[in-house]
Design a binder for this molecule. Structure first.
Ligand code: URA
Length: 438
């Protein structure tokens, strides 16, 4: 069937068959479809919609456009966590060693930051020498040796998604749930997992800002995972403010290492609490714990004994990084940064935070990227001091911008300051875990 016929069918609102969708994905992979034809069909899907069967067919075709990893040689259950992305969202670095130290293999394939959200690979690269470009053989070997590995998507994993995602990004067709589901799940299902926990963010710094959209996305992701034989659950978590103590790559790794050292500062508590929640659900879904209570207790034992930190140290060594960061996480921090306080201009209660604006502020000081090919400055960031619900007085610190120069600070200071809304009414701090789906 010619591309024009499939495009016309969707343009006219028809339901595409599994074989039409497979023809499309084959055409993406063998380059027999031009970029303008791929983009035209994606736009028609975006406007006309895809039903559940089409969504499943698209996920399947994208999944089998590449390799599906087989970890049958590893005699442990396999589980992973995926986040839809947020600001200061760093839990992967805590969860992977923690869950691995509890006896679950974690083959974690992650991405880079783009736009206002950060990416696990960028964070890991702030550890000197850490290699995130593992071959499939290295990925297997490292998981066998320390229980987890963290790597970028190889060219063999869901190659159709790589091409389609770039075109969606350029044609304003990213925010459509069936396309997001097929994109995320084609990559996650390729990891050969028994269990998957999804952290679906909601609020100002999330991909899906409205609660209803976040919920629909969570339900669709969970239904798709289960349909493909992977035990899947989603946690809808708050992204109405940055998560934890820091935003910025090296600072976030520092925060995670401090947590793994069981030196948890009060402002880093939410990072720990969300990591614990997601990890416990991974252990239960993977069958290692029979209840959330016993999973939490096992995780706390692994934290307190230092086993999780040791697991991360071993992983850092195996992935070529400098394991001394585990002994002294402060070596990750650049002491020459300018500390520029963001102070409240009125008194009252912190009523809301525009986390999207904060994420963009970090990009503007070099800590993130607007285009995939941009280079980043891993050292810069923001220390988040005030949290929603806190009482603040004019002149109190809301946060501290950690940047390179006075001119950088002046450039983004207003954006960050305007991200904080101070109101007269006392308000509650938002619940971090909003709902569990599945
Ligand atoms: N993340 C992905 O991997 N794909 C999407 O479509 C959106 C977010």
């Amino acid at each position: 069937m010619r591309p024009q016929e499939i495009i016309a069918a969707k343009r006219d609102g028809k339901v595409l068959s599994e074989s039409q969708i497979k023809t499309f994905i084959d055409g993406v992979c063998d380059s027999s479809w031009a970029d303008y034809q791929i983009s035209a069909l994606i736009m028609a899907m975006f406007i006309r919609g895809l039903d559940r069967d089409e969504q499943a067919s698209l996920t399947r075709a994208m999944l089998y456009s590449g390799e599906v990893l087989d970890f049958s040689e590893i005699d442990r259950p396999k589980a992973d966590k995926h986040s839809t992305g947020g600001v200061g969202d760093k839990t992967s670095l805590i969860i992977a060693p923690l869950v691995a130290s509890c006896g679950v293999a974690v083959p974690m394939i992650s991405g880079r930051g783009l736009g206002h959200t950060g990416g696990t690979l960028d964070k890991l690269e702030s550890i000197p020498g850490y290699n995130v470009n593992l071959t499939t053989e290295e990925f297997h070997r490292i998981i066998n040796e320390c229980g987890f590995a963290m790597s970028g998507q190889t060219a063999d994993i869901a190659p159709a998604d790589k091409k389609i995602y770039a075109l969606r990004d350029a044609t304003a067709t990213v925010p459509y749930i069936p396309l997001i589901v097929a994109s995320i799940m084609s990559k996650k299902l390729a990891e050969g997992l028994d269990a998957l926990v999804l952290d679906v963010k909601t609020g100002s710094g999330a991909f899906m800002k409205s609660y209803d959209d976040s919920r629909t996305l969570a339900e669709e992701l969970v239904a798709t995972g289960n349909k493909f034989g992977v035990k899947t659950q989603a946690v809808i978590s708050d992204m109405g403010q940055p998560l934890g103590q820091y935003c910025g790559n090296a600072f976030e790794v520092y925060e995670c290492l401090k947590i793994l050292r069981n030196e948890i500062e009060p402002s880093a508590r939410p990072t720990w609490e969300l990591s614990l929640e997601l990890s416990a659900r991974m252990l239960v879904l993977a069958g290692v714990s029979d209840s959330l209570k016993s999973a939490r207790s096992l995780i706390n034992t692994k934290l307190e004994s230092g086993d999780a930190l040791e697991c991360f140290r071993q992983n850092i060594e195996l992935q070529g990084g400098d394991p001394r960061v585990c002994d002294d996480p402060a070596v990750l921090l650049d002491g020459s940064l300018l500390e520029y306080p963001i102070t409240a201009t009125s008194s009252g209660y912190l009523a809301g935070t525009d986390s999207f604006a904060i994420g963009i502020g970090i990009v503007e000081i070099g800590g993130g990227r607007t285009r995939a090919e941009d280079t980043i400055d891993p050292a810069v960031g923001l220390r988040c001091e005030a949290k929603i619900g806190d009482e603040v007085k004019a002149g109190d610190g809301l946060g501290v911008l950690l940047c390179r120069s006075e001119s950088q600070a002046e450039h983004v200071h207003k954006r960050i300051l305007n991200a904080y809304t101070i109101g007269p009414e006392k308000c509650d701090s938002p619940k971090l875990v909003r709902e569990i789906i599945g």
